[in-house]
Design a protein around this ligand. Sequence first.
Ligand code: ATP
Ligand code: MG
Length: 360
Amino acid sequence: MLLLDVHTRAFRNLADQTVALSPHTTVLFGPNGQGKTNFLEACYLLCTLRPLRAQKLVELVRLGTNDSAQITGRFDLPGGVRNVDVEVGREGRLARLDGKPIRDPQDLFGGLATVAFTPDDLAVVKEGPDGRRRLLDRAVLNRHPSHLSDARDYLRALRSRNHLLRQRAAPDLLASFDEPLSIVGARIRQRRAEVLSEITPHARRAFTEVARGEAGLGLDLTAADASEQALRRSLEDRLRRDTERGFTSVGPHADDVTVLIGDKPARLYASQGQSRAVVLAFKIGEIENLREKQGRSPLLLLDDVSSELDPERNGYLMSYLAALEGQVVLTTTDRDLVARSAAENALFQRVSEGRIAPEK
Ligand SMILES: Nc1ncnc2c1ncn2[C@@H]1O[C@H](COP(=O)(O)OP(=O)(O)OP(=O)(O)O)[C@@H](O)[C@H]1O
Ligand SMILES: [Mg+2]
C-alpha cells in the first residue's frame, strides 16, 4: 500500500491543499505551531478512521467555519488507485471508499496498517493504564480491524450497565448485560493477548539493542484469564461493590499492560530514558510483527520523536528507518535531526502557517 497524496479541506489550521508524499520518506519540517502534527492527524484518520489525538472529532474542524472538515487520500493498492475520503462535522464522521459510504476500517481492503509514534506515546510507561491500553489497542486494530466495532459494542453495553447500576436497577435486569459484555469483552481480551504475545519477542529483541546492557523487557496483561466465563464470574463477584460505586470496575476497559524491566515493574522503577526505550522497542516490535504477518511494512507516522529521544536512541531509530522498506512520514522542527541517515532520497516539505510545500 502507498499513500500517494492527501487533500485537506477545512481541517484544523491546514490550508485547503493537496500534499504529495514520497513512496519512501517524507519529512515535514517547520517551526512550532505550523500544522505538522495536524497533517499527520489527517493521515492517521484517513487510514484508521480513528482520531490520533483529538478527544472529540469536531475539534478537527477548522475553527470559525461552519463547513465540515474533509480529507481525501489516494492509495495505490494491488487492485489499482483508490480514493478514501473522510468527512467530519458536527454529526460525526462519514467515510467513503471511491464515493461509497463505509463504516469500519475493515471495509478498507481489510485494513490499512498504520503505526503512529508521537511524543505522547513516550510517556505511557510511567502514567495511568489508559495510555498503555490505547497503545496496545492501536496495535490490535492494525492486526484485526474488526476490533473497532467490538470496542464500540462493548462501550455501548458498558454505558448501559453503568447507567443501570446508578439507578440501582434489579439484579435480573443488570444480569442481562453480563452476557453481551462478557462475550464481546472476552473477545477484546483475547485479541489483546494474542497481539501482545506476537509483538513481545520482536519488542524484546529491539529493547536489547536499544538499551544495551539493561535487563530484559517483559510485557504482560493484567487479566491472565481472557475467557468469557472468567469475565462473567468477575462481573458477578463485583456486583455489590459496583452497585455501591455506580460503575463497572472489571473488564477490558479496566485492564492494564504490565511492563517489566528484568523483574522490576517499569511503571515504578524505570528511568525516563528506560521508559522511552520501552516504547521505542514496542513500536519497532509492532512494525516487525506487521511485516512478518502481512508481508509488508505499515505506513509509519512519526511525530517529532527525534527531539524527545537522546542522540543514541534517535540514531538507532534513524538507522532502523533507513533500512526499512516502507513509507514513512515524519515531522521535525530541526531538519538536522533527521537529515543524514533516514533522509537519503527523502522528500522535504516545509510547513508554514498551515501551508505545506516542497522545498525548492
Ligand atoms: N480546529 C482548528 N482550527 C484552526 N486551527 C487549529 C485547530 N486545531 C488546532 N489549530 C492550530 O493549529 C496550529 C498547528 O498545530 P500543530 O499541532 O499541527 O503544530 P505543529 O507544527 O505540530 O507544532 P509543534 O512543532 O509545536 O508540535 C496550532 O497553532 C493550533 O492552534
Ligand atoms: Mg506537533
